[in-house]
Design a protein around this ligand. Structure first.
Ligand code: AHM
Ligand code: MG
Length: 335
């Protein structure tokens, strides 16, 4: 049987009228940029790409050289093709304007160019997360694009995905009709469909959270994790295993593969911040993927995809993965 590459999959999606041709082109360009980032990540010390860039991003976090490089790769790959009205990135203060010499298109691209970047220097999986929105009417013409154009709830995403740079480089993608997984064939230079119709098991016995913050959590999270730790003897009546990679892409990828619940709750270390993870760059695209795979995603109080963003770099508590467990922790927030 012939192999289905990402390009062929996208062309078939266009033929069946599910994916407009310009969206197909956009996804192809993002995938090409991810290949380039994958290449840079894999060179490590040989490419001189490890370590800090000596700068900070808008959230006051130290930028790694690969954060900066990955951001540039995505901007350069996507600015000229005529499919975008603008871009926004976790690593940039403001929305990125498409340079005047290039045509503009109908979509907005939002990304975390290198998620989990604290893992780069220790050679643990990192990734690129992206989300595609439609540009509101009138914003794709000549005018400068403001932040407001991006402030759309996650339900408005037309596509989302992530690339994981691990033992294999993979691209996981949703166009709103399920989730497909593609593995990079390094000899061919193509992403090949290897995981059709990915489903998150409804129930699970595995959880992911940074336990070192336990004393700073709110009561519902303390209660829930306490019950998970109590195992068979506790109210949930079964033993749970724990994993925490500190790369959202890697933790979510495991959950898509074998189930589980991922949590990054609000905590009292920086009480004015709603959480650590960002709504637009991390929570929304991952929630879209997880829901499309049959899982659930909540901020404890509501479905993440329903949250109306008020600013580009907004943060949000995140509970996502197997439905049964996400519903349980959301229920504890209501109790
Ligand atoms: P980053 O986008 O700056 O890399 O931060 C996001 C990452 C997530 O990938 C991961 O889930 C989380 O931060 C880990 O945080 P912590 O180090 O607090 O456990
Ligand atoms: Mg991130």
């Amino acid at each position: 049987m012939s192999r289905v590459t990402l390009s062929r999959y996208l062309i078939e999606e266009t033929r069946s009228n599910h994916t407009p041709a310009d969206l197909r082109f956009l996804i192809e360009v993002v995938a090409r940029a991810c290949k380039e980032i994958s290449h840079a990540v894999s060179k490590g010390a040989l490419g001189g790409v490890l370590g800090s860039a000596g700068s900070e991003n808008v959230q006051g976090e130290v930028q790694k050289k690969l954060d900066v490089l990955s951001n540039e790769i995505l901007l350069e790959a996507n600015e000229w093709g005529g499919h975008l009205a603008g871009m926004a990135s976790e690593e940039m203060d403001n929305a990125y304007q498409i340079p005047g010499q290039y045509p503009k298109g109908a979509y907005l691209l939002v990304f975390d160019p290198l998620d989990g970047s604290s893992n780069i220097d220790v050679n643990v999986s990192v990734g690129t997360i992206f989300s595609v929105l439609r540009c509101p009417e009138g914003c794709d013409s000549g005018c400068d694009l403001g932040e407001e154009a991006f402030l759309q709830p996650g339900t408005k995403q037309v596509a989302a995905g992530y690339a994981i740079y691990g033992p294999q480089t993979m691209l996981m993608l949703t166009l709103g009709n399920g989730v497909k997984g593609f593995t990079l064939d390094r000899e061919l230079g193509s992403f090949v469909l290897t995981h059709d119709d990915i489903r998150v098991p409804e129930s699970t016995a595995e959880f992911a959270i940074n336990m070192s913050n336990q004393r700073h959590w709110e009561e519902p999270v303390k209660r829930y994790v306490g019950e998970l730790l109590a195992g068979k003897e506790g109210p949930l009546g079964k033993n749970y295993n724990m994993r925490w990679i500190a790369s959202m892409v890697a933790d979510v990828h495991r959950i898509l593969t074998r189930g589980g619940i991922f949590m990054y709750p609000w905590d009292a270390r920086e009480p004015e911040k709603a959480g650590k993870l960002r709504l637009m760059y991390e929570a929304n695209p991952m929630s879209f993927i997880i829901e499309q795979a049959g899982g659930a995603a909540s901020n404890g109080k509501q479905r993440i995809l329903d949250v109306q963003p008020t600013s580009l770099h907004q943060r949000v508590p995140v509970f996502l993965g197997s439905k049964e467990e996400v519903e349980r922790i959301a229920g504890y927030h209501q109790a």
